[in-house]
Design a protein around this ligand. Structure first.
Ligand code: FPP
Length: 258
């Protein structure tokens, strides 16, 4: 039987099957890159009287579901904000647990990535990650580099300010004036389309130093659902919402419809 889902506050009693929601998506208007701020793991765990790490562990199932959903739909790029440069200031126990969880998840999921033709990439200051995490990442990136169906980008020890700063440093000493294309080409996302849709879970409504440059014209979608509860149904709903937006890129609505 198809999963059932309550369709938000405006329609509390309606239930819509996950297949119906998926079928409503226009495959010709998919975002070419979706970025996700996976938030609310700690609160999810607290609600259950469990330690925060319990929330992160359960968040891995949401990562699996959303990666599968994106690949099935044909979204070419999916980026997940897994660890920000600011996350180092969390208690050491939690940071260590997150790093171990990353290693375990990468090792466990590598086969599924291969089977599904998904390429793994990572962006951020990876050299500062614990060496086990760094090594596991590098070997998964190497193993999956020829895969073509979708690119899954993990943002690790990443922040938008870090990215722009490292790009500027790369370009320092350029003999001519630096253009926007030069800067975009020096960012860690060089060669990827800019994210067209940014999803943030858990009711927080901010960008938290994620893709500061890349989201200049991204559409934002915020949901109260906590990350460990985020399922395919919610992901499809975010894409459907995206498909109702009129993207004007600075033009007037009339210019777009004329
Ligand atoms: C935010 O919730 C979540 C994180 C900082 C980490 C996300 C990590 C995972 C889902 C696990 C592994 C990921 C991959 C890609 C394998 P929070 O701790 O800030 O929650 P809170 O705001 O409720 O405290």
């Amino acid at each position: 039987m198809a999963d059932k889902w309550s369709a938000g506050n405006s329609c509390t009693f309606a239930t819509v099957s996950v297949d119906t929601t998926k079928a409503a998506i226009d495959p010709g208007k998919l975002p070419q890159h979706i970025a996700v701020i996976m938030d609310g793991n700690g609160r999810w765990a607290k609600q259950k009287g469990k330690p925060r790490v319990f929330g992160h562990k359960n968040g891995v199932e949401s990562v699996r579901q959303i990666t599968e959903a994106a690949a099935e739909l044909g979204v070419p790029y999916l980026s997940l904000y897994a660890f920000s440069t600011e996350n180092w200031s969390r208690p050491a126990l939690e940071v260590n647990a997150l790093m171990s969880l990353l290693v375990a998840t990468i090792k466990k999921e590598i086969e599924t990535l291969q089977k599904n033709n998904i390429r793994l990439q990572a962006i951020g200051d990876l050299s500062r990650l614990p060496s086990k995490t760094h090594q596991a990442l590098l070997s998964a990136i190497e193993e999956t580099k020829a895969n073509t169906r979708m690119t899954l980008v993990l943002a690790l020890n990443y922040s938008g300010k870090w990215d722009i700063t490292q790009a500027v440093n790369k370009l320092r000493g350029a003999s001519s004036e630096i253009t926007q294309d030069d800067l975009a080409g020096a960012l860690s996302t060089a060669g990827m389309p800019d994210p067209e849709l940014m999803i943030r879970t858990s009711g927080e409504v901010r960008i938290s130093n994620f893709f500061l440059w890349q989201l200049a014209y991204g559409e934002f979608y915020f949901t109260d659902v906590l990350w460990p509860d985020f399922r395919k149904q919610h992901f499809y709903q975010a894409i459907l919402d995206f498909q109702t937006r009129q993207r004007r890129f600075g033009k007037t609505g009339e210019q777009l419809t004329s």
